[in-house]
Design a protein around this ligand. Sequence first.
Ligand code: HEC
Ligand code: HEC
Length: 239
Amino acid sequence: MLTKSAAKAFFLGGTALCGVAFLLLTMDTLKAMPERSNQEQMSEQVVRGHHIWNKNNCMGCHTLMGEGAYYAPELTKVVERRGEVYIDDLLRDPSRYTQDGRQMVKYDIFNPDEVGEEVSAGHRADIIAFLAWVGRIDTNGFPADPDMAVDTSRQPTPVTAAVLAEAPKQMGTCFGCHSVQGGGGTVGPALDGVSSRLDRDYLIKWISDPQSVKPGTTMPNLGIKGEDMDTIIQYLETL
Ligand code: HEC
Ligand code: HEC
């Protein structure tokens, strides 16, 4: 049992010790900050992008370094993940992109029809510069890489004989990643009913060069063209 004065000394000493530790840690953080945040790369363009970010309430839907709302994708590493071309195109006209049925807002400031080609391109470049700068901050590994552990509910299964009998041989490689009627790969979305979701021109553009439509997509360019393309599209339209 401590005496009253010992308890008082213990309390004051402990508080002082913790206070000093707190100050030292704060100083250490402040010292490390400029390097970890690449402060010298914070150009005027990055600052302009930051203003756009704040003014347009991007955080109402997105997070940066985990802070913000969880409606739309985390954007800390978005430039690394998607590339500038994709982001520029998405900001210019989000209607071509959706994720789980959610859509990015069509902002006037990024839209050439509203503020002109030059001004909108400038705004898009500013926000991309800001996001690229954020992406270079040393965040101690945040966000973590996606958990690539195998989802057993999404294991590939063989394509059924009935589907194979109908499908042209040009579809062979596609079944490695896509399924039809529940059989096939699980890397890409099931292709049942795909032509009711996507029109013919889009399908041709997508299959002939997926990267040009969506940079960073895992769907490879399989070099399909001419008659092979016609055969594949005709088949997809029967699904
Ligand atoms: C009302 C909600 C909302 C607001 C506000 C919003 N976004 Fe989005 N944004 C979305 C949704 C939903 C998506 C996913 C659409 C997709 O990927 O096709 C998205 C996608 C994006 C992407 C691509 C992300 C990826 O991983 O593919 C970028 C970049 C982006 N938004 C930037 C911004 C910026 C910059 C602002 C502010 C100027 C902003 N967003 C404001 C909803 C929003
Ligand atoms: C290595 C895996 C892989 C192969 C092989 C592959 N795809 Fe894909 N495909 C994907 C992925 C992944 C997506 C989703 C793309 C995305 O959203 O990034 C996709 C998307 C698609 C889409 C759009 C579907 C939708 O609902 O939006 C179509 C159509 C498509 N692929 C057709 C084909 C065809 C036809 C072939 C064969 C000639 C093929 N794919 C071969 C992985 C593959």
